[in-house]
Design a protein around this ligand. Structure first.
Ligand SMILES: [Cu+2]
Length: 147
């Protein structure tokens, strides 16, 4: 809190972005067979800021809709469920991976090919956007999941 009020008093001096600094690594999009309507993206998000930040939306030229999803165990059956946000803890990270949190591309306009580069923009609740380019890769599903 001290930092924030200090910054607002010296607003003009604070030229460096005060917003959360989120970075992504290990980003990849799952290669799907031709004709598949949807696919998923996985990555690790890091937050270098002192406050948590929430991923609230994502967008891509690949599909009209990109949803935030997680998996729930419904009587032993793993099912995907849309979530409103994915929190990246302060000075921490969150992993989007098969069987857990992921980004869902809904309504593929064209078939994917291995090595293809997919543009993706992540939107965070502090107004920050993160634009990424993710490679399409063959990703093994975890046993009994992503059914
Ligand atoms: Cu999903």
């Amino acid at each position: 809190m001290f930092k924030r009020s200090f910054c607002s008093v010296l607003l003009l001096a604070c030229t460096a972005p005060a917003m959360a600094q989120v970075s992504a690594e290990m980003g990849q999009v799952r290669l799907m067979p031709p004709g598949a309507p949807n696919t998923a993206a996985f990555m690790t998000l890091h937050n270098n800021a002192d406050t948590a930040v929430k991923l609230v939306a994502a967008s891509s030229a690949l599909t009209p809709t990109v949803e935030l999803h997680t998996h729930i165990n419904d009587n032993g059956v793993m099912r995907m469920r849309q979530v409103e946000s994915i929190e990246v803890p302060a000075k921490g990270s969150v992993v989007l991976q098969p069987g857990g949190l992921h980004l869902m591309f809904i309504g593929l306009k064209a078939s994917l090919s291995a090595g293809q580069q997919v543009p993706l923009t992540l939107h965070f609740d502090d107004g920050e956007n993160l634009t990424l380019t993710l490679p399409v890769k063959e990703i093994m599903p975890m046993q009994g999941q992503m059914k």
